[in-house]
Design a protein around this ligand. Structure first.
Ligand SMILES: C[S@@+](CC[C@H](N)C(=O)[O-])C[C@H]1O[C@@H](n2cnc3c(N)ncnc32)[C@H](O)[C@@H]1O
Length: 402
């Protein structure tokens, strides 16, 4: 190991591992040891921090630590560190700040730990990670399972090259590849475990082809307005079945090419059609993640945005691909009202789902199952009573990013 700050980092690494144990993300001695042994700072020499500049524009400012201790103190926090911005959208606004969409990051350590625990790896397992990014997660997998067991793929060749070098610096050599991980790993499977740190709208067929009965796939499924982490086990018929996990977190969407971030096409918005009272406020939707996930089961072809009106009121707004929209304020005098354009049914579905969710005792996300059938069709269900929602073919069968 050549990094001169490595000795100085040991107490920080130990403290991060202890924090992750204390907050329940790390539950086993094996993962506690891996977090205490793998230096995060090697993988994140610099990063971007979000700030709002004097013109009210949100920018990403490149962070340069004043001292080695300052860097270590910041890297070993339980926080996500954005490391790469999409060059297509990033515009430089001053010497060290850019606008733009993040395309890679070192994931929140407690989220990584929660997913790694839920992956339930055992000695001898072969694991594919989709989304190498900085290489930190791949290093943790190497520390736990050994280099030969770990395969990792990222769509961005520059990230793979940097990760390979950093992994090498601390003595790890997993099988890395620059490719679209939705097509699996170029070396093929079968893998005992697949863990994805980017989101997919549906389980890609290649992941089924590169696993085997008993294998586990752990990924973020993106379903329009919301999504979540699912842990699925493969059966003898190549059916992948499981549930949304207790660990919550969302990842950036998988993209097909390194330098092209998926853009959302906004339909022409229908003219405003009316305002009426509603029992569901924008705040209800914003504050209740499991309810947003449930709404995503109901609302295919729908996105959400925060809408700011001229009076400065922020609303939660749903936008359907046919141009219909509906919104409700997050706060203020009009909090009990919704306004819509186009098909008035959109918000009625929100109200019906809200009623069902409350009647069902406000189930958390881990009360919902997810299954991908051998033909690619996917559905979700409420585990206690079996109520089922079919996911649309667009959301369940495709494997291209939105
Ligand atoms: C949150 S970062 C991954 C963090 C990483 N595991 C780490 O420990 O640093 C998400 C990564 O997914 C990658 N990605 C996006 N689309 C992909 C795809 N189709 N195949 C493989 N990787 C992809 C991004 O380039 C990015 O590096």
């Amino acid at each position: 190991m050549t990094d001169p700050t490595l000795d100085a980092a040991q107490p920080y690494m130990g403290a991060l591992a202890a924090e992750l144990q204390k907050n329940g993300a790390v539950r086993s001695p094996q993962w506690a040891e891996a977090f205490a042994r793998v230096p995060r700072h090697v993988f994140v020499p610099e990063w971007y921090e979000q700030e709002t500049n004097e013109r009210g524009i949100t920018v990403w400012r490149r962070h340069h630590a004043a001292t080695a201790d300052d860097q270590l103190a910041k890297v070993y926090r339980d926080t996500t560190l954005v490391t790469t911005l999409d060059p297509e959208t990033a515009e430089q606004v001053d010497d060290t700040a850019w606008t733009g969409i993040p395309t890679s990051s070192s994931t929140l350590p407690s989220l990584m730990a929660g997913m790694l625990e839920e992956l339930t790896v055992q000695d001898g397992h072969r694991v594919l990670e989709v989304g190498t990014g900085t290489g930190y997660n791949a290093a943790l997998l190497c520390a736990r399972l050994g280099d030969r067991a770990v395969y990792s793929v990222d769509v961005d060749p520059a990230l793979v090259q940097a990760a390979q070098q950093r992994l090498g610096e601390i003595g790890y050599a997993p099988q890395l590849a620059a490719a679209d991980g939705q097509t699996g790993h170029p070396d093929g499977g079968p893998f005992d475990r697949i863990i994805a740190t980017c989101s997919v709208p549906a389980i890609p067929p290649a992941w089924i082809e590169q696993t085997k009965p008993g294998s586990v796939i752990h990924t973020d499924i993106a379903l329009g307005i919301e999504g979540g982490l699912v842990r699925l086990a493969l059966d003898e018929d190549t059916r992948a079945r499981g549930r949304f996990t207790n660990t919550t977190g969302r990842f950036m969407a998988a993209r097909n090419e390194a330098r092209v971030y998926p853009r959302r096409q906004s339909p022409t918005a229908a003219p405003e059609a009316g305002t009426r009272p509603t029992p569901v406020t924008g705040r209800d939707i914003q504050a209740n993640y499991p309810f947003r996930l449930l709404l995503a089961f109901h609302l295919a072809e729908t996105r959400f945005v925060y809408h700011l009106d001229d009076a400065g009121t922020t609303s939660f707004q749903l936008q359907h691909s046919d141009g219909s929209w509906a919104r409700a304020p997050l706060a203020g005098d009009d909090i009990g009202l919704m306004t819509y354009g186009g098909n008035g049914d959109l918000w009625r579905q929100v109200e019906d789902a809200w009623q069902w969710w409350n009647d069902a005792g406000r189930p958390a996300q881990d009360q919902f199952g997810y299954v991908r059938e051998p033909d690619g069709h996917a559905s979700v269900w409420h585990i206690p009573d079996g109520r089922r929602w079919e996911l649309t073919p667009a959301a369940s069968a495709q494997h291209k990013p939105e």
